[in-house]
Design a protein around this ligand. Structure first.
Ligand code: HEM
Ligand SMILES: CC(C)=CCC/C(C)=C/CC/C(C)=C/COP(=O)(O)OP(=O)(O)O
Length: 302
């Protein structure tokens, strides 16, 4: 008993499967898979079996999780300086870099093979490109280099609807890029709201996030600006006839709420509602993609 009390929290608990699970950023990956699934569901029906479709989504999920594991390894020093992330397995030394990389290679390898087997090479290679975009380009370089890090790096996280579409059709098309553009425009208000709430963390870790480099007030303006841009981008699937009136109404309601949240954040002198904006962003994207799905499969006759 007295021995347990003298141990530091990091040593008191040995490595467990929970650490490996935590490194996968499960909730983020589930959301990425949801957006991939909707991309797949909106693609022209190629008559593929649902089993192959499920394995394709699993492959996208596994490669996304592998990217998240690499992010934990590359960012271990930054993570150990921030209150939000200091308990992470690699930052605390419960999982070594070598074991972390081996785990990422294992699940990433399975994901890649699953995509080649159940979908096609193009999907496998594009998903690998998204992995490199997030785990290397964003995490290793952009995050430390520029306050536009998450705008540029956001492209990797925005790719899944395109990946889902290409897993079905085997070729690129213009329509799924609109879904990519939606997530691309959604990412800045999603992340900057959190960065405002955690500004002190990023300042301490010396990461050039927008609220640190340009101030919280300017960052709030950018959050508001991007919610307006997002509302405009969300109209495009309706305008090109990819989605119908149900989607347009649902998206408009969600976007008006997002703008209202951002407007309130901009108006308040402090930033008490920043976490509320961040949490709403997640609900917003989830409902938006559910609306795209319902619109196609319940209401829309093309
Ligand atoms: C470069 C782009 C992005 C950045 C910088 C970013 C950043 C973050 C951060 C810092 C968190 C907080 C994690 C924590 O609580 O420890 C988070 C949470 C989350 N993000 Fe993002 N994100 C990005 C893109 C995305 C994308 C594309 C999606 C899904 C399509 C997404 C979905 C989520 C979800 C669902 C959570 C909540 C996780 C939880 O509650 O555990 N994010 N994001
Ligand atoms: C194959 C594919 C689709 C890859 C995309 C992978 C992926 C997990 C994207 C989500 C983006 C994300 C959670 C960024 C936060 O990183 P951060 O380092 O800024 O946040 P942190 O401080 O919480 O680690």
């Amino acid at each position: 008993m007295s021995k347990a009390i003298t141990l530091t929290p990091s040593l008191a608990r040995s490595t467990s499967w929970r650490d490996y699970l935590a490194m996968c950023k499960g909730k983020v990956v589930l959301m990425l898979v949801l957006t991939a699934w909707v991309g797949l569901a909106l693609a022209p029906d190629m008559g593929r079996s649902w089993v192959l479709q499920l394995i394709s989504l699993l492959g996208i999920g596994l490669l996304s999780a592998a990217a998240a594991v690499v992010n934990h390894i590359v960012d271990r020093e930054i993570d150990s300086k921030m209150a939000r992330t200091r308990h992470r397995p690699v930052a605390q030394g419960r999982v070594s870099e070598g074991r972390g990389f081996a785990f990422a290679a294992l699940i990433g390898g399975i994901g890649f093979v699953a995509l080649v087997g159940a979908a096609n090479w193009l999907t496998a290679l594009l998903t690998l490109l998204a992995l490199v975009g997030y785990a290397v380009v964003y995490t290793l370089f952009l995050k430390r280099a520029t306050p536009q890090n998450i705008v540029i790096g956001g492209l990797a996280g925005a790719m899944p609807p395109l990946l889902g579409w290409v897993s079905e059709t085997g070729q690129l098309a213009a329509a799924p890029w609109l879904l990519v553009m939606i997530i691309f425009a959604w990412t800045p208000p999603h992340f900057w709201a959190l960065a405002i709430a955690r500004e002190a963390d990023y300042r301490r870790a010396n990461i050039p996030m927008l609220p640190v480099t340009h101030g919280i007030d300017f960052c709030k303006t950018c959050v508001l600006g991007y919610t307006v841009l997002l509302a405009l981008v969300c109209v495009l699937p309706y305008l090109i006839g990819m989605s119908g009136l149900f989607y347009l109404l649902a998206a408009s309601a969600l976007n008006l709420m997002f703008i209202a949240y951002a407007w309130r954040l901009k108006r308040e002198p402090q930033h008490q509602s920043a976490m509320r904006v961040f949490k709403f962003s997640i609900l917003h994207l989830m409902l938006l993609f559910v609306a795209l799905f319902i619109d196609k499969w319940v209401f829309y006759v093309a």
